[in-house]
Write a protein of this length. Structure first.
Ligand code: NAD
Length: 374
């Protein structure tokens, strides 16, 4: 049998996390990892994923990668939030219980507000209600309990305005009227709402979903054209909007693309960020970084912390237009791909706030010395 060579610090080093918390609660069967990547801008907020990871190493790598991504997403969206995420190792269909989520809630409570959780793949509103019995540091709870409810409409709206900023750059006007847009995963929560915005503005919709029956209302209401899931990459259109799965921009698909813009809500669209982000640029395709234009969901739960108001959340999400425009500007000025320009924007904001915080500490220290040491 091969010797297990998994070394925790070898995996953790390099991501720059402030804290990684391992939670093991035998009575409820909870095995979870919380990754707090950064709290420079505010508490680390990010969802809790429940998944049957093949190994502890795979779970750790996932939480590290996802929580780092949340830092960038919050920073670029201009939110006073850091980046965090949690994973629960287990089968979400068979291993959930009140005891498990309450135990998880107590671990979060122990972090004194440094991490705030929410639902993610494999967890839902009901699970968050159990977490909320143990801690206030949870978002994504139902509207009737003071929460923000389904984030998809706000995510779709942010994706739509981000797409408009790209259209302005490529076509000279930000109107989507007459533009052919392929929406992958159009039958999903975000996809449906996105199609509605696009249709209202006169875009021509081309839609696909692995469950074709989910597309029927979209065809009926918006006159969309259905294509097979495998046709989305090579179909001739202006915009491709990946709104189903990650890693869809890869070695096989890039060569097929005939569009001028890739702008969708799916997380982690680039299979290899550096390689495929550069490849899109080389092909003359404008890429809207996913975490920039799908930040509406995060903006929505952030609004929950201030006392939820859908209008305010939508207004804040409309700012994604300007953020996307400034990323395009940086990308042009510095001749770098948009995914790098958005990373630069995130780093600049985090660095600036961190400098201010450091200066404040020095100032307070000096004041203390002046007052107390003569
Ligand atoms: P969803 O599960 O409701 O919708 C996904 C849709 O994609 C489903 O209808 C599914 O049948 C379809 N699909 C799956 N594989 C497909 C394929 N190969 N080709 C075509 N269709 C396929 O999920 P959602 O909440 O709408 O989220 C969509 C994407 O946006 C996900 O990647 C999610 O991580 C991301 N996202 C969602 C939110 C949000 O607020 N819901 C926020 C940020 C990011």
């Amino acid at each position: 049998m091969a010797k297990n060579t998994f070394k925790i610090f070898d995996v953790v080093d390099g991501y720059g996390h402030e804290q990684v918390v391992f939670c093991s609660h035998e009575e409820s069967g909870l095995k979870a990892i919380i990754g707090i990547h950064s709290t420079t801008l505010g508490p680390a907020l990010g969802g809790c994923r429940m998944w049957t990871y093949a190994s502890d190493e795979e779970a750790l790598t996932d939480v590290l990668r996802l929580s780092q991504g949340m830092t960038y997403k919050a920073a670029v969206a201009g939110l006073n939030l850091g980046g965090g995420k949690a994973v629960i190792i287990g089968d979400s269909r068979t291993q959930k219980s009140e005891a498990l989520f309450r135990a998880f809630g107590r671990y979060i409570e122990g972090l004194s507000g440094r991490y705030i959780t929410a639902e993610d793949v494999g967890t839902n509103v009901k699970d968050m209600e159990y977490v909320a019995m143990e801690t206030r540091n949870v978002t994504g709870i139902p509207i009737e309990l003071g929460g923000s409810g389904d984030p998809s409409p706000v995510t779709a709206y942010g994706t739509y305005v981000g797409m408009k900023a790209c259209v302005k750059e490529v076509f000279g006007t930000d109107s989507l009227s007459g533009k052919k847009v392929i929406v992958q995963g159009a039958g999903g929560n975000v996809g449906r709402h996105l199609c509605e915005h696009l249709h209202k503005e006169g875009a021509e919709l081309i839609v696909s979903d692995i469950y074709e029956d989910k597309l029927e209302p979209i065809v009926k209401q918006f006159g969309a054209l259905i294509i097979k899931p495998e046709e989305v990459y090579s179909f001739d259109a202006d915009i491709f909007s990946p709104t189903a799965l990650g890693a869809v921009i890869n070695d096989e698909t890039i060569d097929k693309l005939k569009v001028k813009i890739v702008a969708g809500a799916a997380n982690n669209q680039l299979k290899d960020e550096d390689k495929h982000g550069q490849a899109l640029k080389d092909k003359g395709i404008l890429y809207a970084p996913d975490y920039v234009i799908n930040a509406g969901g995060l903006i929505n739960v952030y609004s929950e912390l201030e006392g939820y108001n859908r209008e305010r959340a939508l207004k804040k999400a409309s700012g994604i237009y300007d953020v996307m425009a400034s990323i395009i500007e940086t990308s042009k000025n510095e001749n770098i791909p948009t995914y790098l320009a958005s990373r630069e924007l995130a780093h600049k904001r985090i660095q600036a706030v961190s400098d201010v915080k450091r200066l404040r500490v020095y100032r307070d220290l000096n004041l203390f010395k002046m007052r107390n040491l003569g």
